[in-house]
Design a protein around this ligand. Structure first.
Ligand SMILES: *Cc1c(COP(=O)(O)O)cnc(C)c1O
Length: 416
């Protein structure tokens, strides 16, 4: 709140496409999809229409003992489009809850499958999985974690495959394999007590969009298979085309045991998350005894409006051939960003699908806020993380907006 005395929050009164408009009549290009959630712009006519239609039929009904069309259809479609044998859905409202559900379900699975000693989780250095106590326990971002550390379960953190940590001359692939070897060493020793490995496939978002080679995912899947450990893929930020494929796991041809989705799932419109798992896990809970069932009571589980927003989002992805369209857009934006990449202060310029990031070398004090404030002056909503600047635009961004955004970022770099 103290910070807001110097940097007052911008009062947004409406949104249209990639633009957010404030009370003073100024507009801001949403370069970060309002914290990575918005896929097809603000007030998207197709998603709006779906929600309005649903609003006239049913806004919400509890999912215990009841069902409704939107949640049934969404579950069927998610099980079709997600990798491999992921065919069962469990709904919540936010990403952190989805990860907690996956952690609980993995633990519970082992409890009733003859491995009651599997009670521990492994996560990656620099991984982010949300900030409720369970999700924070498997998050390795000090700024979120440090104060609450005494409340958290001890974590088993293994080396990140993020290629920014590679030695000079070491390729991203070689570095990813080195990180995987360390994972293997850890699980060789600790598999008997380990329930699951949780990771963000391909891009570690909260540490400035750290990117890694898909071979790590491939090796992680093999190692988890060898040591009988679940793989939880947190695709909350990277799902729905963000990394260039519908799901990031596809780039390593990997099927996780649990996949967590949120953020873009509803096009960023409404809070909705889901955990997908396979039939083997499902069958372990399929029993007459309630104590063997998976209990995670969630008031707004499978909210009808949110599910309709999700269905409309999936329609757009399919009807507009979005994965292919994004490939062209990414190519164009990479060209626009060449002067940024070549800027003398820019390091580690990187791109994965519809995510771009770079570090600014020797930043001035208070760089993060200064950059964000300069962004507003240049009509950009852009919020660096530390000295990492990233762009994660809604997929509806057009060529004119890409030119404008790239030029503004270059100007900000030169100014500050
Ligand atoms: C945002 C995010 C979460 C948490 O989602 P919330 O809806 O904010 O709880 C978890 N994991 C990843 C990878 C995320 O990007």
């Amino acid at each position: 709140m103290k910070h807001h005395e110097a940097y007052p929050p911008v009062l947004i009164t409406r949104g249209k496409g990639i633009w957010l408009h404030d009370a003073d009549g100024k507009r801001y290009l949403d370069t970060i999809s309002s914290w990575w959630v918005n896929l097809f712009g603000h007030c998207n006519p197709r998603i709006n229409a779906a929600i309005i239609d649903q609003l006239g039929k049913l806004e919400h009904a509890m999912l215990a003992g009841l069902a409704h069309e939107p949640v049934v259809e969404l579950s069927a479609r998610l099980s079709t489009i997600t990798p491999g044998d992921l065919s069962h859905c469990f709904y919540a409202s936010d990403g952190a809850s989805a990860n907690e559900i996956a952690l609980k379900m993995s633990f519970h699975y082992w409890q009733q499958s003859g491995f009651p000693q599997k009670t521990q989780f492994v996560n990656l250095q620099n991984g982010y999985h949300g900030e409720t106590l369970g999700a924070l326990s498997v998050t390795d971002v000090p700024i979120f974690r440090q104060v609450y550390a005494p409340l958290l379960r001890p974590a088993h953190v293994v080396r990140t495959p993020d290629w920014r940590f590679a030695e000079t001359g070491e390729t991203p692939e070689a570095y990813a394999l080195r990180a995987a070897a360390e994972l293997e060493k850890h699980l060789a020793e600790h598999h008997a007590s380990t329930a699951a490995l949780i990771l963000e496939p391909l891009v570690q978002g909260a540490v400035g969009m750290g990117m890694y080679h898909p071979v790590y995912l491939q090796r992680a899947r093999e190692i988890c298979n060898t040591y009988r450990v679940h793989l939880i893929a947190d695709e909350i930020a990277v799902g729905f085309g963000r990394t260039g494929t519908l799901f990031a796991c596809e780039q390593a041809a990997v099927t996780p045991d649990f996949m967590c989705l949120a953020k873009g799932l509803s096009g960023g419109y409404l809070p909705l998350s889901v955990v997908l798992t396979n039939d083997t896990v499902y069958q372990t809970f399929y029993n007459d005894q309630a104590s063997r069932a998976f209990l995670h009571s969630h008031s707004h589980s499978g909210n009808a409006l949110a599910c309709r927003a999700a269905l409309a989002t999936l329609d757009i992805i399919e009807q507009d051939n979005v994965i292919e369209m994004n490939r062209h857009k990414a190519g164009f934006l990479n060209q626009c960003l060449q002067p940024v990449q070549a800027h003398p202060s820019v390091r580690h310029f990187r791109n994965c699908g519809m995510i771009w990031a770079f570090e600014v070398e020797n930043p001035q004090p208070d760089f993060t806020h200064r950059f964000a404030q300069a962004g507003l002056k240049h009509q950009l909503l852009i919020r660096p993380m530390g000295n990492s600047v990233y762009i994660m635009p809604p997929y509806i961004i057009n060529e004119e907006e890409m030119v404008l955004m790239s030029q503004a970022i270059l100007n900000i770099l030169n100014e500050i």
